[in-house]
Write a protein that binds this ligand. Structure first.
Ligand code: SF4
Ligand code: SF4
Length: 311
C-alpha cells in the first residue's frame, strides 16, 4: 500500500518514481514503521502525523480518525492547505448524503405527509409500535433514540439528550414515513435472512446493491472502531461472525451487521441480514434506503447526531 497515513498517495508522486522518496505507509503498515525509523535516523524526528497514526493504531487519518483534521495537520500546514482542511471540517459536520439509487437527492413526497396527516393516528401507532403525541404527530422509536414526526409541520425531530432537534436528512424522514404508513400487524420472527432470500432479491443489484462496501472499507481492519460505531447507534451484540450487531432501526425493523475480520488468506467481509418479516412492512426500495442510512451512520461513527440540522 503506497498511501501514507495522512492520505497522500505516494504511488502517483514523481519523487517516488525516481526513488528520491520512499513509499510512506499507513499507521498500521510495515512501510509506515520503516519510514518512521528512517525519518528518526535521517531527520532526527518522525513526521508527527505518521508517528501519531502509528501510536494510535490508525490506518489512514482522513478515513479512520475522528479527530481529523487535527493540529498535527493544522500547525505544520503540511501536507494539505488550510483551505482543504477547512473544507474537510465543514463537510464532515454536514449530514450524510440523502441520495436515491441513481444518485439523485431524496425528496420526501408531499403526499406522504398528506397521507399521514389524514390517517387514523391511533391505528398507525398501534401497527408501527409508535406513540401518538398529538392529532398530527407521533413519536417513533429509532435506533437508540426516537423521532418526532410532525405531519402538520411536515418536519421531523430527533431526540438528542432529551431535546427535540430538527432533522436535516430527507432519507431518514422518508424511511420513517414509509414505515409509519405501511407497518402491518406482523411482528419480527427472529429468523434472519440474507438479501438473496428476500422475495424482492432481484431488486438489490447494480445501483440498488446494498451499501455495505463503505462500512467494510472503514472497519474491515478496525473491529474496535466498528464496535464503537455500532454501540453509538444502540447496536446490540449478537453472537455471530467475528463481530455482529443488531440494530432496531424502527420497532418492527431489526437489521443485523456481521463482520468477519480479514487474515493473510481471506479479506475481511461484511454481511447484512434482515428479519424474515421485513417485507411485510417495507418494499425493496425502503429496505435499500434503511441499509444506506445505517451504513452511513456507522461510517461516521457518531451515533445519530450527524442527522441534525446545523446552524
Ligand atoms: S506527511 Fe507524514 S504521513 Fe504523510 S506521506 Fe509524508 S511522512 Fe507520510
Ligand atoms: S490525531 Fe491527527 S495525526 Fe493523529 S491519527 Fe488522528 S488525524 Fe492522524
Amino acid at each position: 500500500m503506497a498511501t501514507g497515513a495522512c492520505g497522500i498517495d505516494c504511488s502517483v508522486c514523481r519523487l517516488n518514481l525516481l526513488g528520491e522518496c520512499s513509499t510512506c505507509g499507513s499507521g498500521k503498515s510495515i512501510e509506515g514503521a520503516k519510514k518512521r525509523g528512517a525519518q528518526e535516523r535521517i531527520l532526527g524526528a518522525p513526521c508527527p502525523i505518521l508517528a501519531c497514526a502509528i501510536d494510535n493504531n490508525v490506518e489512514f487519518c482522513p478515513k479512520d480518525c475522528d479527530d481529523f483534521p487535527c493540529n498535527n495537520f493544522r500547525d505544520k500546514r503540511y501536507p494539505f492547505s488550510e483551505g482543504y482542511l477547512n473544507m474537510q471540517e465543514r463537510r464532515r459536520q454536514a449530514p450524510p448524503p440523502s441520495l436515491s439509487p441513481i444518485g439523485e437527492r431524496v425528496v420526501v413526497p408531499g403526499e406522504y405527509w398528506h397521507d399521514l396527516a389524514n390517517s387514523n393516528m391511533g391505528e398507525i401507532c398501534r401497527r408501527a409500535m409508535a406513540v401518538q403525541r398529538s392529532a398530527s404527530s407521533v413519536i417513533l422509536p429509532f435506533l437508540n433514540s426516537s423521532l418526532l414526526v410532525d405531519a402538520e409541520k411536515r418536519e421531523g425531530y430527533v431526540d438528542l439528550a432529551e431535546r427535540w432537534v430538527l432533522i436535516d436528512h430527507p432519507l431518514t424522514l422518508l424511511t420513517a414515513l414509509v414505515y409509519l404508513l405501511n407497518a402491518t400487524e406482523a411482528v419480527p420472527m427472529d429468523q434472519m435472512v440474507g438479501v438473496q432470500e428476500l422475495k424482492s432479491s432481484h431488486f438489490f443489484q447494480g445501483p440498488h446493491k446494498l451499501k455495505t462496501g463503505s462500512v467494510l472499507k472503514r472497519y474491515g481492519n478496525d473491529p474496535e472502531g466498528f464496535k464503537n460505531a455500532a454501540m453509538a447507534l444502540g447496536g446490540q451484540r449478537v453472537d455471530l461472525a467475528d463481530l455482529a450487531f443488531k440494530f432496531t432501526v424502527f420497532p418492527k425493523i431489526p437489521i443485523y451487521y456481521l463482520l468477519w475480520n480479514g487474515d493473510d488468506e481471506f479479506p475481511a467481509n461484511l454481511v447484512v441480514l434482515f428479519d424474515k418479516s421485513i417485507e411485510k412492512h417495507l418494499a425493496a426500495d425502503s429496505i435499500w434506503g434503511i441499509v444506506n442510512l445505517v451504513s452511513d451512520l456507522l461510517v461516521l461513527g457518531q451515533g445519530i447526531s450527524p442527522l441534525i440540522a446545523r446552524g
